[in-house]
Design a protein around this ligand. Structure first.
Ligand SMILES: NC(=O)C1=CN([C@@H]2O[C@H](COP(=O)(O)OP(=O)(O)OC[C@H]3O[C@@H](n4cnc5c(N)ncnc54)[C@H](O)[C@@H]3O)[C@@H](O)[C@H]2O)[C@@H](O)CC1
Ligand SMILES: [K+]
Length: 296
């Protein structure tokens, strides 16, 4: 009998040793993100992905901007479908476009929003002066003109009150992953006005809905909102290619969409972002991320 008890104790100890060998080793948060292919893309890595897409696989900037802008328009349309239904199916969308490619995504999004039956208007205070900027953005402006989408080049009239009275939704395409705080004029004042217009501080809680393209403008891409800068508090963010590290600072009330479904798996793997491709349903160009399922 004693021999049987000793054998049982030995077997149990061996089993416990084996079980502890098999138990999952706790991973660091960074390792968990990398192993899932759902890393956050730091600003310099996002710029490298962009540069590589336009070198080895041979995309043109026009192609990428078209897909990014279409994704933005689609996400905005889907996110605010309920609001559109309250407004007879048509939203007044004020698209604020900055001087770089984030602004270009906004110009493309405005065109698609017009095709979707909404009423976009664009504020575009500064355009790059290079020949390439003039060609790229000049074409996008011409396409808006052909659709009778108004484009205003002077941002000064856009106080919080003017924004509130002229728009249901503001698309913030002022700055993306190349933004370096603090914002200079006229963008600083425009950002302050948008921040006020989109804040539900009014007595009835009614405010303009704000959708930010890639990064909420005025937020530091890797660290999020900074003290003292006019920091937007968006209702939704549409991240392109992969969310950037500021995403950790988004509150639970902010919807987070992902678009930019064009990165080849080999390139995505090198930056630890290959896991996002599997999140898109079927032929969708955008996906609403579930914050509980994200490792960050
Ligand atoms: N691979 C991708 O994910 C793609 C990204 N695209 C978009 O491209 C964006 C990045 O574009 P860019 O690199 O042109 O840069 P941004 O559009 O982020 O901004 C750069 C421009 O903003 C100005 N600027 C920067 N800091 C400023 C400040 N503090 N005050 C005033 N002006 C300031 C710069 O002088 C420059 O003109 C992304 O965020 C995304 O929206 C798409 O267009 C194409 C594909
Ligand atoms: K933005």
């Amino acid at each position: 009998m004693r021999a049987i008890r000793q054998t049982t104790r030995a077997a149990s100890a061996a089993w416990q040793r084996m079980a502890s060998d098999l138990a999952p080793v706790p991973m660091s948060a960074a390792a968990a993100r990398a192993s899932s292919g759902l890393s956050l893309l730091r600003a310099d890595d996002a710029a490298s992905v962009d540069a590589e897409l336009m070198s080895s696989p041979g995309f043109s900037v026009d192609q990428l901007m078209e897909l990014a802008g279409l994704a933005v328009a689609t996400a905005v349309h889907k996110e605010f479908e309920g609001l559109a239904a309250e407004r007879g199916g048509c939203l007044r969308v004020l698209v604020l476009c900055g001087p770089g490619n984030n602004g270009g995504d906004g110009l493309v999004a405005a065109r698609h929003l017009a095709h979707f039956g909404h009423k976009p208007a664009v504020v575009y205070p500064r355009m790059g002066s290079s020949d390439e900027a003039k060609r790229l953005f000049g074409n996008l402006l011409r396409q808006l003109e052909d659709l009778d989408v108004p484009v205003v080049r002077d941002a000064t009239p856009y106080s919080a009150d003017v924004i509130r009275s002229s728009a249901d939704v503001v698309v913030d395409a002022l700055f993306g992953f190349s933004f370096k705080p603090p914002a200079r004029e006229p963008f600083a004042s425009l950002l302050a006005a948008v921040a006020e217009a989109a804040s539900p501080a009014e007595a009835d809680g009614e405010c303009v809905r704000l959708a930010s393209v890639d990064v909420p403008s005025g937020w530091e891409v890797n660290d999020g909102p900074q003290e003292g800068s006019p920091a937007l508090s968006p209702h939704c963010v549409v991240s392109l290619t992969a969310p950037k590290p500021f995403a950790r600072r988004l509150g639970a009330a902010t919807a987070h969409w992902l678009g930019g479904r064009f990165v080849p798996p080999s390139l995505a793997r090198r930056f630890g972002v290959e896991g996002y491709a599997a999140l898109y349903p079927a032929a969708e160009q955008v996906v609403r991320l579930d914050p509980a399922a994200m490792p960050w």
